[in-house]
Design a protein around this ligand. Structure first.
Ligand code: BES
Ligand code: MN
Ligand code: MN
Length: 456
């Protein structure tokens, strides 16, 4: 693949023009009124795969947003790599914090700025260009299938049924995904773990209507005060989650495994500086990398109620609500955690209020072994383009479909991400470095090559 780097350099401008077309489609999966954009993005991907040389590409219906399926089958006796990615993005709000509009991509200082620049349009697109290169130069060594979904950012609710219904179609030897990060631009890593998620919404109701806080204040429980007190009870002074049974299924890593983890470079000062905080925090007895990589966490994502407009209004609100998510580790089941949370949250509510607890979505964590042919192929691919062996790292993020793939299709995934944790994904000014984009396109074909060679 001596011509690969040259191919990327010579075609980079076109690659970016193409990617920018996709980014300009605001395919925000969580918004009801974006349905047409979901189809537009799916159609765009289908056309792109066909143009690049797929034998077949189609937009397939699900109970929710469509999936794009594509394939290039060279010979059924060869191995098959299934590429997964997602074309949906997170909402771009608050718009006023963006330096350039989120759906009008712009390159500044060697980085693409836009919603989806990294997560996952930019990363997914590297696979399309690697595919184009391998086909054009006759170097595709095995079969390829693509499954690109549009519901990842809302927890992939329709994908379990989709995978069950199309098991045969999705059959492959390995799944390859670029939707995670690597340690730093010169420290390649392979993500070997993801956390699961249980996302809850709670509502606390007190009096039947808002009350005058002078006439009633001090004599009636205020649901906002109560909600804050209940939330405070979810963790103790050591940042340990207090929900009974919560840690029952949490896998405790051995001393050796933790020592192995600690060998991955982590710069705490840079971590704090990057997000402008003076002090990190988390569960007592664990390092920062362990707190996100191997331990569960609980966070309030939003809280509301009462009067929030400018100026003062003296009321005691009738209702208060919050969105609370728990990141889970492998073996913790999101459905079980949902029940534990519900039972505990209801049990700590004072008699003066009613509580409603709803499960919004969830998914299971994932661990990937490093002693497989696929991992070795990925490792060798990174070593070829970066000159050093990548480090296995457990990430704190979630991609719910990865554990579904294992459960329904019986397939392990290789998480070969080229993003950086500092790329501001889900935030204003999300960005992706052109260097990472190029390196990704350069590394992917080597995975195909080594994976196919190692199968023989
Ligand atoms: N690509 C991310 C997950 C990710 C990012 C993993 C960086 C590791 C490193 C994905 O699109 C994502 O945001 N997932 C959601 C899942 C949720 C909405 C069910 C998450 O982690 O919040
Ligand atoms: Mn993603
Ligand atoms: Mn995301």
């Amino acid at each position: 693949m001596h011509d690969l780097k040259k191919y990327i350099e010579e075609n980079q401008d076109r690659f970016l023009e193409e990617l920018f077309e996709l980014i300009r489609i605001p395919s925000v999966s969580s918004k009801e009124d974006h349905k047409e954009h979901m189809y537009a993005a799916a159609e765009w991907i289908k056309e792109k795969l066909l143009k690049e040389g797929a034998d077949l590409a189609e937009v397939m219906e699900t109970e929710g947003h469509p999936v794009v399926y594509g394939e290039k089958i060279l010979d059924t006796s060869l191995p098959t790599v299934l590429i997964y990615g997602h074309y949906d993005v997170q909402p771009a709000e608050p718009f006023d914090l963006w330096k350039s509009p989120p759906f009008e991509p712009e390159v500044r200082d060697g980085r693409i700025y836009a919603r989806g620049a990294n997560d996952d349009k930019g990363q997914m697109f590297m696979h399309f260009k690697a595919f184009e290169y391998m086909l054009k130069t006759n170097q595709l060594p095995c079969n390829v299938k693509f499954m690109i979904e549009g519901e990842e950012e809302i927890g992939s609710p329709s994908l379990e049924n989709f995978c069950k219904a199309h098991k045969e179609k999705l059959s492959a030897d390995v799944i390859l995904v670029s939707d995670t990060s690597m340690l730093s631009p010169d420290t390649p890593s392979i993500t070997t773990g993801l956390r699961g998620l249980a996302y809850m919404e709670v509502e606390v109701t007190g009096p039947s209507h808002d009350l005058h806080s002078g006439l009633y204040g001090g004599a009636v429980d205020n649901p906002l005060n109560v909600l804050c007190e209940m939330i405070a009870k979810l963790r103790d002074e050591n940042n340990h989650i207090t929900i009974p049974g919560f840690y029952d299924d949490v896998e405790e890593l051995s001393k050796e495994e933790r020592e192995e983890m600690a060998r991955a470079p982590f710069d705490l000062e840079a971590f704090k500086k990057g997000i402008n905080i003076k002090k990190e925090a988390g569960e007592k007895g664990y390092s920062t990398a362990e707190r996100t990589g191997i331990r569960p966490s609980l966070d309030v994502n939003g809280i509301w109620g009462g009067y929030t407009e400018p100026g003062a209004k003296t009321i005691l609100p009738s209702k208060a609500s919050a969105k609370i998510s728990m990141r889970l580790v492998p073996h913790q089941e999101s459905k079980k955690v949902e029940q534990l949370f519900k039972d505990y949250f209801e049990s700590i509510a004072p008699e003066s209020v009613k509580v409603k607890v709803e499960f919004l979505h969830g998914g299971e964590g994932y661990v990937s072994p490093t002693d497989t042919v696929a991992y070795q192929a990925a490792s060798k691919a990174f070593e070829t383009t970066y000159g050093i062996k990548p480090i296995p790292v457990r990430s704190g993020g979630s991609i719910p479909i990865i554990s579904l793939f294992e459960k329904v299709l019986g397939l392990k995934s290789i998480l070969m991400g080229f993003g950086l944790d500092s790329d501001a994904i889900h935030s204003p000014n999300e960005n992706y470095s052109l260097e990472q984009f190029r390196k990704g396109i350069e590394t992917i074909p080597y995975f195909y090559k080594y994976f196919t060679e190692m199968q023989k």
